[in-house]
Write a protein that binds this ligand. Structure first.
Ligand code: AMP
Ligand code: MG
Length: 335
């Protein structure tokens, strides 16, 4: 009888211990720093040490991919027209070229001569003349980039800019790091590129706010897990001259900043590089062509906000989206 009681109280103690372990909040750790020309905000649940490794990884990717850091691999390639790159960087360039093809040239990593002329990346903003843009566009074209193994070769005067894919690629590399370190829950905001890794520690979906490109706060909240959520929009970086606003995303067919009625596009995908590439490309395409691209290709979901304040999500987000702030409703684009 006495043994039975002792066993029972041990059992009860175990039940309480387990219950406590299940309900005790997992401790989160947080770091914020400037990198890749934006504010990075990392939160990880559990292994705090991973934050230091994550920051190191981001800084090394920036050192490799930055178009403005003259010591980066991309800047070396741009300066000499030919470079032996790391296998990872060569693969990223090939992926970006392939996504350029897939998007009908809307994503164009050879646009740097044009991007630079407008002053984006240097901050020396100006409106180039039509003839200057026409001659700079001659120096672009994804089909003219040669890749062989890890060697990339560019015709005279051509330059690459991986700014449209670098943060999404960083999200993929960070996701691999979290996986290696056994992390279960993390949310990283790499300046408009969010990595929602795993679930929240309580098992629920992450709730990711999509910025209102026309005002303050969020336009909607998306519930998801294990996704990259990447936004491109004219509101993120722009300058104004003589009453006209010029944004940092350029239409490769004209050399002019995009001005097509879209205020922002968010792409949600398991793959960060693809989400980043596509958010830029869909923003270039404009609403109609972008929805058509989604219908034809699939493999991702998207949120569109137009400059007249209409919020539309693709079908797969219908039950995951809650409008917020100034938005009380949304439309759903069907297949
Ligand atoms: P994102 O913020 O990902 O949409 O990328 C925008 C950045 O990519 C710009 O700051 C430019 O450096 C570069 N860029 C601008 N237009 C394009 C384009 N059509 N295709 C590829 N890169 C672009
Ligand atoms: Mg992008």
């Amino acid at each position: 009888m006495r043994v039975g009681l002792r066993a029972f109280s041990l059992f009860l103690a175990l039940v309480f211990a387990l219950a406590f372990a299940c309900c005790a909040p997992v401790k989160n750790s947080h770091s914020t720093f400037l990198a890749m020309d934006t504010v990075m905000d990392l939160t990880v649940y559990g292994d705090a040490g991973v934050l230091e490794s994550a920051e190191e990884l981001i800084r090394s990717l920036e050192g490799e991919l930055s178009v403005t850091d003259e010591n980066s691999a991309v800047a070396r390639l741009n300066a000499t027209g030919r470079a032996e790159l790391s296998p990872e960087t060569a693969a990223l360039i090939r992926t970006a070229l392939a996504l350029g093809e897939k998007t009908g040239g809307a994503l164009d990593i050879t646009l740097y001569p044009v991007v630079r002329a407008w002053g984006f990346t240097t901050g020396e903003y100006r409106v180039p003349s039509d003839s200057e843009l026409a001659s700079l566009l001659e120096l672009t074209g994804i089909s003219r980039v040669e890749t062989g193994g890890c060697t990339v070769t560019l015709p005279d005067g051509m330059m690459l800019d991986l700014g449209a894919v670098a943060k999404g690629y960083a999200a993929d590399r960070l996701s691999a790091l979290l996986c290696e370190r056994g992390v279960k829950s993390a949310v990283f905001n790499l300046g408009g590129n969010v990595l929602a890794y795993g679930h929240k520690p309580n098992g629920e979906d992450w709730r990711i706010g999509i910025n209102d490109p026309l005002g303050e706060g969020n336009a909607c909240i998306i519930r998801c897990h294990d996704r990259a959520i990447v936004t491109s929009g004219g509101y993120q970086r722009f300058f104004e001259q003589d009453g006209t606003r010029y944004c940092h995303i350029i239409d490769p067919s004209t050399g002019y900043p995009v001005n097509n009625g879209l205020a922002s596009v968010t792409v949600i995908s398991e793959n960060g590089t693809e989400a980043d590439a596509l958010s830029t490309a869909l923003y270039v395409m404009g609403y109609e062509r972008a929805v058509e691209f989604w219908r034809e290709n699939g493999g991702f979901e998207a949120v569109f906000i137009t400059i007249d304040g209409a919020l539309t999500v693709t079908e797969g987000l219908e039950s995951a989206c809650s409008p917020a702030g100034n938005y009380s409703e949304f439309s759903v684009a069907k297949r």
